[in-house]
Ligand binder design. Structure first.
Ligand code: PAF
Length: 284
């Protein structure tokens, strides 16, 4: 695997490969790689000649300094996993390389960055847009891959390319959520859970799956289903729901009746102890 630490070298290499007519798939990550990340890399390898991955824990997207401080970092282990997956290129810059000076750009995504995660993590999506727009300049890929666990992030990044960098013409590909055996959505943050918390965390997805079953019976209003999800999860002493919303999956605007949208999605953020987890389920 080729490893680049500077933007200049990485871009030169990608452009050289593109000049040779190769398609490039790109998987941006913050490291602490798990099966969810690896599945994105496998999708990229399936679709493209070359797969490039970035590892950079982006400080501008953390609205909580403690969260940034505790975020797991394990570059050597990650490199072993990337080599086992036969990833072609790793871009692993340090903070100075990505932010030689502070990034003061403010992005506007309409309502999309002001609701759900955007409302509860002020500045988070602006930070994501800052780093992803820089990464896309460094690695002007043919396609870029994002997990649907961060569903709102996927929609924001699609909008980022559409509104702010259409000339790059990067296709944004959403990939399915990868789950542990008990249903917990894979996340680097799961590493921070105590064994007791880890057991409780599985309830989040289990209740979401139950909600999907209940929604298909047409016996509950949206309000009733939302209360069921929030109350059931909050009964567990380790868990506290921050929000659960049912929304139009295309716009993420909340809906009050099942017939208001064709594609519907339930999105949740919940604390498990001190660790904030997110998940979602698409309804039929
Ligand atoms: O989803 C993530 O891991 C991060 O938000 C991303 C897209 C790599 C930007 O830092």
């Amino acid at each position: 695997m080729e490893i680049y630490k500077t933007r200049k070298e990485a871009t030169e290499r990608i452009n050289e490969l593109k000049r040779q007519g190769k398609t490039v798939g790109f998987v941006p990550t913050m490291g602490a790689l798990h099966e969810g990340h690896l599945s994105l890399m496998r999708c990229s390898k399936r679709d493209n000649d070359i797969t490039a991955v970035s590892i950079f824990v982006n400080p501008t997207q953390f609205n909580d300094p403690k969260d940034l401080e505790h975020y797991p970092r394990m570059l050597d282990k990650d490199i072993e996993k990337l080599e086992a997956e036969k990833v072609d290129i790793l871009f692993a810059p340090d903070e100075k390389e990505m932010y030689p000076e502070p990034d003061t750009r403010q992005f506007d995504f309409g309502h999309l960055d002001k609701i759900l995660e955007g409302k509860h993590r002020p500045g988070h999506f602006n930070g994501v847009a800052q780093v992803v727009s820089k990464l896309f300049q460094v690695i002007p890929a043919t396609r870029a891959y994002f997990g649907k666990k961060d569903y709102q992030q996927y929609l924001i990044i699609r909008e980022l390319v559409h509104r702010y960098m259409p000339e790059l013409d990067i296709e944004i590909i959403p990939c399915p959520i990868i789950r542990e055996k008990d249903g917990l959505a894979m996340s680097s943050r799961n590493l921070l859970l105590s064994p007791e918390e880890r057991k409780s965390a599985a309830l989040i997805s289990q209740v979401l799956f139950r909600a999907r079953e209940l929604s298909s019976t047409n016996t509950m209003t949206i309000e009733e289903l939302k209360n069921f999800v929030i109350d059931t999860i909050n009964q567990n002493p380790h868990l506290k729901v921050e929000y659960f919303e049912i929304a139009d999956a295309n716009t993420l605007l909340p809906i009050e009746n099942w017939y208001e949208a064709d594609k519907k999605i339930g999105l949740i953020a919940a604390y498990c102890g001190q660790i904030r987890l997110i998940d979602n389920v698409e309804f039929n």
